[in-house]
Design a protein around this ligand. Structure first.
Ligand SMILES: Cc1cc2nc3c(=O)[nH]c(=O)nc-3n(C[C@H](O)[C@H](O)[C@H](O)COP(=O)(O)O)c2cc1C
Length: 234
């Protein structure tokens, strides 16, 4: 069932999708500053605002891509061990189980299906995964960090900041892809960002204009029906 927006807030919420192919069109620093200033109105426990945001473009963005892609390629070709690259915190649990495993698979295969990539085509899957580390061609990359000593509340606050960014971007005709896939490579990324030793990488994001001609952007995810995840109690 397609949901119909009734107002401007509903419109951006319903129109936001993760976009995985961007055009080369630039996004100005003024525009990114505007989005981030407003996004920082996100709530955080006792207004601690436990976020730091690195905005990367141009040469720095390319340096991050070059270093991470080189490592991901080396892992794929068996020249480097994947275990060398561990995230600063676990985004996913180590053991997958249903219904999360089923939903994860549906999402992955839905995406690969649209791209015509079959399960046994390991090279094509690898190449599509590599697109993450090229920011899907987006002109702007964002990295979100917090202080190492902070607990789960900091991650919740960053999630709210990220959602504000994604909705504000959408309202300006821009699109985004939140990306936990960068987390494994934080040891390569954090020094390039010039981050302090007390910071940890929480997530990355690509920001730019969607390439509407790319098939990958036609993929629209489903959601479980309301009664699957809500209980009304009196
Ligand atoms: C915190 C977070 C991290 C994510 N990391 C990635 C990622 O690394 N690569 C990717 O292609 N999509 C990533 N996604 C996008 C999800 O796959 C996507 O949100 C989900 O399938 C629902 O689709 P939608 O965003 O289009 O509604 C991430 C989403 C979130 C919220």
């Amino acid at each position: 069932m397609e949901l119909q927006p009734q107002n401007a807030a509903e419109k951006v919420i319903l129109e936001r999708h993760s976009v995985r192919a961007f055009t080369a069109q630039d996004v100005s620093e003024e525009c990114v500053r505007d989005i981030l200033t407003k996004a920082a109105r996100a709530p955080s426990g006792t207004n601690t605002q436990p976020w730091k945001v690195y905005v990367v473009k141009g040469k720095i963005k390319q340096k991050i891509t070059d270093q991470v892609v080189a490592s991901v390629e080396a892992i794929f070709h068996g020249e480097l061990a994947k275990v060398q690259f561990k995230p600063a915190y676990l985004y996913y649990s180590e053991q997958w189980f249903d219904p999360y495993l089923r939903r994860r698979r549906e999402n992955g295969w839905g995406l690969y299906n649209i791209l015509g990539i079959t399960k046994d085509n390991k090279l094509a899957i690898h190449k599509q995964q590599l697109r993450n580390y090229e920011f899907f061609n987006a002109p702007v990359g964002l990295f979100f960090t917090t202080h190492k000593a902070l607990e789960a509340g900091a991650k919740m606050a960053i999630a709210m900041l990220m959602q504000n960014i994604m909705l504000l971007a959408k309202a300006q005709g821009l699109d985004t892809c939140p990306q936990a896939s960068w987390n494994d490579y934080h040891e390569l990324i954090m020094p390039i960002l010039g981050a302090d030793d007390n910071e940890i990488l929480i997530c990355g994001m690509s920001l730019g204009f969607a390439d509407k001609t790319e098939k990958v952007n036609q993929y629209v995810t489903t959601r479980e029906p309301l009664d699957e995840f809500v209980r009304f109690l009196e």
